[in-house]
Design a protein around this ligand. Structure first.
Ligand code: MSP
Length: 526
């Protein structure tokens, strides 16, 4: 069976369960979830994978410090992760944990295959070792020659390790990059990886350790455990049942259409992952997208600085859609994004409460005032002003579609909001209150109709991103028929005459008291 044409497979990184998730991690989940929802709306059979990367020295140390076994600790963390993703309504299809038996078994089979292929050899690993943290660092990771985690002295040490022969695949990887220029997005990241890391020559990768045992054992040499990347990257295929008794999902969804990763791990995904797949004789993913970091005023979010923003705080106080809107709107394609409480409150008040919320509220208010809440249908010939709104909206829809298709969600939101501004302008241009005074009911009905239609389209466009708000909009507009909520209906259908809007619309977003809320967010960053 070949991967089905209309299937779409999107993945997030599997996170280290080393603490509570901040809005950086939440952003990745929201991005993947939104892309999945968009693809579904476009008729794809979309599948989203997320999960946890549960092995390694660090996890073992944290667990011990809490008086738990590593397994007990990661079990708790997996429950916590699922709770946050449920609060954020993340519609993942599977949650893979690297301690799952289905994963561990297949990883060992994969390593055996590497051994059979002569891709792995035994050598010596040399690095800077921090005794208290029990962790190796490379020269460049050290901070002033000391441990980057605890600041203490490090010692140069060597240990026996297994290595993956990356050099063997170098030429094939170069060829692949040359033939697939869009493989890594954004382009500047692709150029960075290709130019700075692949072209100058690959280093073989150390894949095992003997200094800790919380990991998957090397099948040929159990005093070694796999160290990070073979264990972690393969989750994307073990979760689909690759090399297992039931590989239906693997056949249906592999190769992945999109791996979403942060900029710090793009190198592993852009180099090691394709090479592991080549070694297994599998197809490579179609695209890897590296997003930037969410940072705060004093730099990286960190518990020790007490400046971490947690998604629960924002969702519980401002709602899920407002939180998602902020994250997806502020994080532009591939760039870092500065989180500030000021910008959060500003976006909420200006974009959500004012631009979108007021447009809907005003429109529903006028419809009730002038036509007892019933949409009349077009009773008047389309004039220049109507045509300008319609043409503009149609052009915007094509633009937005293209932006969604290339995962530029911040830009697509900006273009959706341009429709909202244009529709607000349409009210100023047509001046319905004057038409009402003049008792020009025919023209007034047409204006109301065009407003309803613009709002219907806006609701469809925001459906993958802000589904709750889209539904509220449909409800207030009295739009119940599923065929008026589909992406196709952006082109073909329109609101029906006789549709009854809600008597009194609830505001979609209630304006925030600026200073109070800025203070609230600040005092809840910790
Ligand atoms: N376990 C590995 C990934 C293995 S994937 C096969 C890992 N885990 S992590 O928990 O350290 O990071 C997970 C993801 O979170 C990475 O993509 C990383 O870029 C992302 N982020 C960590 N901090 C972030 C921000 N402040 N902002 C946005 N994303 C950030 O690496």
């Amino acid at each position: 069976m070949m991967k089905m044409k209309n299937s779409f497979y999107v993945t997030t990184p599997i996170y280290y369960p080393s603490g509570k998730f901040h809005i950086g991690t939440a952003y990745t989940e929201v991005l993947a979830d939104t892309i999945k929802r968009y693809k579904q709306l476009r008729g794809y059979d979309a599948y989203m994978l997320t999960g946890l990367d549960e092995h390694g020295q660090k996890i073992q140390t944290i667990a011990e410090s809490k008086g738990l076994t590593p397994q007990e600790y990661v079990n708790q963390m997996a429950e916590n992760a699922k709770k946050v993703w449920s609060l954020m309504d993340i519609k993942y299809d599977d949650f893979i944990r690297t301690t799952d038996e289905r994963h561990e078994k297949v990883v060992q089979k994969i390593v055996n295959k590497f051994i059979e292929n002569n891709d792995i050899y035994k050598g010596e690993y040399e690095g800077w070792y921090c005794m208290p943290c029990e962790t190796y660092f490379t020269e460049t990771q050290l901070v002033d020659g000391k441990c980057p985690d605890c600041g203490r002295e490090v010692k140069k040490m060597t240990e026996e390790s297994y290595f993956f022969n990356m050099k063997k695949y170098q030429d094939r990887l170069i060829k692949f990059y040359e033939e697939n220029p869009g493989f890594i997005q954004p382009e500047f990241r692709r150029n960075e990886i290709f130019g700075n890391f692949i072209k100058p020559g690959l280093e073989d990768l150390c894949i095992s350790r003997t200094t800790f045992d919380w990991g998957i054992k090397m099948p040929n040499d159990p005093k070694h455990v796999l160290y990070v990347w073979v264990d972690a990257l393969t989750n994307y295929i073990t979760a689909l049942g690759y090399m297992s008794d039931d590989d239906t999902l693997f056949k249906k969804y592999w190769p992945a259409d999109l791996h979403i990763v942060g900029k710090d791990i793009i190198r592993f995904h852009g180099i090691y992952w394709p090479i592991f797949l080549m070694a297994l004789g599998l197809e490579l993913p179609k695209e890897i997208y590296a997003h930037g970091y969410i940072v705060v005023k004093d730099g990286k979010m960190s518990k020790s600085k007490g400046n971490v923003v947690y998604p629960e705080m924002l969702v519980n106080r401002y709602g899920l859609d407002a939180t998602k809107y902020y994250l997806l709107r502020e994080m532009t394609f591939g760039q870092d994004c500065l989180f500030t409480p000021e910008a959060f409150v500003e976006r909420f008040n200006s974009d959500l409460a004012n631009d979108l919320g007021n447009l809907l509220n005003r429109t529903i208010g006028m419809m009730n005032k002038y036509f007892d809440g019933v949409i009349q249908g077009k009773n008047d010939n389309e004039n220049e002003i109507d045509k300008a709104l319609k043409d503009y909206t149609n052009e915007q829809i094509s633009k937005i579609e293209q932006l969604f298709d290339t995962y530029h969600l911040s830009n697509s939101l900006a273009e959706i909001w341009a429709i909202i501004s244009r529709t607000n302008k349409y009210i100023d241009e047509t001046m319905p209150w004057i038409l009402a005074k003049e008792e020009n009911k025919e023209r007034l009905a047409t204006v109301m109709y065009n407003l309803a239609e613009s709002l219907r389209k806006t609701a469809i466009l925001i459906t993958p991103i802000l589904p709750e708000t889209a539904n509220k909009m449909f409800t207030q507009l009295g739009i119940t028929k599923p065929e008026l909520k589909t992406w196709e209906s952006l082109k073909n259908n329109s609101v029906e005459a006789g549709t009854k809007v809600i008597d009194k619309g609830e505001p979609l977003f209630v304006r925030l008291e600026k200073d109070e809320e800025i203070e609230y967010i600040k005092s809840n960053m910790n």
